[in-house]
Design a binder for this molecule. Structure first.
Ligand code: ZN
Ligand code: ZN
Length: 162
């Protein structure tokens, strides 16, 4: 459990990032828990390293994002999420109900994936797509909620995610 993989240290070194225990720990935790928020990541790192301020977590994540070691995804209406899968222009599926996020491969297999109808003279190097919808679990829940009502009346039932 305590074996610090040299791969991560090497990664920081290669990208010219000063190696600190916090950055190493964050890099590792982001790889283990893709799409976690900064606060979730901070909680895990705090368990490993002791007290780290929220600001320090944000600062370290910012450095890792700037150096392209991790990727930040900012879905509308949600805290930013982080992941270590970088550089492959993959996209995301997000459940509107429970906010679960899944990776989906780049539809075309190479950047920028989508071709803009009119690129206004830009050299487009990335297309970031978020597919919004409802995940299988939430769909199943909805079906058991109202099996007979196709008009989808909003239910006021509080939904505890288990
Ligand atoms: Zn869901
Ligand atoms: Zn992802």
């Amino acid at each position: 459990m305590r074996s610090v993989p040299d791969a991560e240290m090497e990664l920081l070194r290669q990208h010219g990032v000063q190696i600190t225990a916090q950055r190493l720990a964050l890099l590792r935790v982001v790889a283990e828990q893709p799409h976690a928020t900064a606060d979730e990541l901070g909680d895990v790192v705090r368990e490993q390293l002791g007290s780290i301020s929220r600001q320090a977590v944000y600062d370290s994540l910012g450095v890792l994002v700037d150096k392209n070691l991790i990727r930040r995804i900012q879905p509308a209406g949600s805290a930013a999420r982080y992941e270590s899968r970088v550089g492959d222009n993959h996209h995301h599926l997000i459940c509107r109900t429970c906010r679960t996020m899944f990776d989906v491969d780049c539809a075309v297999g190479e950047v920028p994936c989508l071709t803009a109808d009119d690129n206004h003279g830009f050299e487009v190097d990335e297309a970031e797509v978020i597919y919004w919808g409802r995940c299988p679990t939430c769909r199943a829940d909805a079906q058991t909620d109202d099996p007979t009502d196709p008009t989808k009346q909003p239910r006021q039932k509080s939904k505890e995610t288990s």
